[in-house]
Design a protein around this ligand. Structure first.
Ligand code: NAD
Ligand code: ZN
Length: 250
């Protein structure tokens, strides 16, 4: 299986990666399904919604601040670094991620498309104000503030710049991702349940336009039925093995 996957990757002309929460699990960032009881007994699916934010912004902000603190301490793992190295080698042309954790960027991936936003960015619920707290060095100060965060321009409530369940994806990122999927002759799908649409269309588009699908996941997912090669394995281990083989092939 690894043999077959490494051959396909080494021979590909335009390979892309499509990643989900599972690629960051080994960095200590829980997937939504792996969340059970991690945070005050609330299900993330009930907190990551516009309705929850309208009803109880304090609750939703305390969930996000908790996640920001957790993700702030996380470091990229072998799988994130492998993708950055594949890009450096000229094999991988882009990483399309559903993650909001910034770990691909930290690992050195340059052509990164974030479909669901970034947890370190905040934006105003009324005007166009937005800020990257990590880049501005304001994250720690932000996390200890007790009051709800307000916009410095118009004093409205700030919200995390992430896509919540039921919200549309950022147009530009989605268009770019679909274009890449049409062009790709291979997609490496890592750690996604493949049930959150429209993101889950990406591997389907690659497949429908004649490309190959390689999947890495310790469990079967919504993508498994269309995978040409399914590596049933945690992301770090699979990517380390794959990199060793690829280096022997090129
Ligand atoms: P998901 O939680 O629905 O599914 C995670 C998938 O990862 C599962 O299929 C699981 O089998 C697999 N997995 C678990 N451990 C793995 C490992 N070590 N290696 C490889 N795969 C592993 O996540 P999703 O499909 O990405 O979708 C849920 C949404 O939640 C996303 O839209 C995303 O925005 C958000 N989310 C993001 C983060 C993050 O940024 N790290 C974390 C949790 C949720
Ligand atoms: Zn504002």
């Amino acid at each position: 299986m690894i043999e077959e996957a490494s051959k396909l990757l080494a021979r590909s002309r335009f390979a892309i990666a499509f990643t989900g929460a599972g690629i960051s699990a080994e960095s200590g960032v829980p997937t939504f399904r792996g969340f059970n009881g991690l945070w005050k007994k609330h299900r993330p699916e009930e907190l990551a919604t516009p309705e929850a934010f309208r009803k109880d912004p304090h609750l939703v902000w305390s969930f996000y601040k908790w996640r920001m603190g957790l993700i702030m301490k996380a470091r990229p793992n072998r799988a994130h670094y492998a993708l950055a190295e594949l890009e450096e080698m000229g094999i991988l042309k882009a990483v399309i991620t559903q993650n909001v954790d910034d770990l691909h960027r930290e690992a050195g991936t340059k052509n990164l498309i974030e479909l669901h936003g970034n947890i370190f960015r905040v934006r105003c619920t009324s005007c166009g104000y937005e800020e990257n707290l990590k880049e501005n060095g304001r994250l720690e100060e932000f996390l200890v503030q007790k009051d709800l965060p307000k916009c410095p321009n118009c004093d409205s409530l700030l919200r995390p710049d992430v896509v919540w369940f039921g919200e549309p994806l950022p147009r530009k990122a989605l268009d770019e991702a679909f274009k890449l999927a049409e062009k790709a002759d291979l997609v490496l799908v890592i750690g996604t349940s493949g049930v959150v649409y429209p993101a889950a269309y990406i591997p389907q588009i690659v497949r429908e336009t004649g490309g190959k699908v390689i999947e890495v996941n310790p469990e079967e997912s919504g993508i498994t039925p269309i995978a040409d090669v399914f590596l049933r394995c945690p992301a770090g281990e699979a990517m380390e093995k794959l990199m060793k083989r690829i280096k022997g092939l090129i």
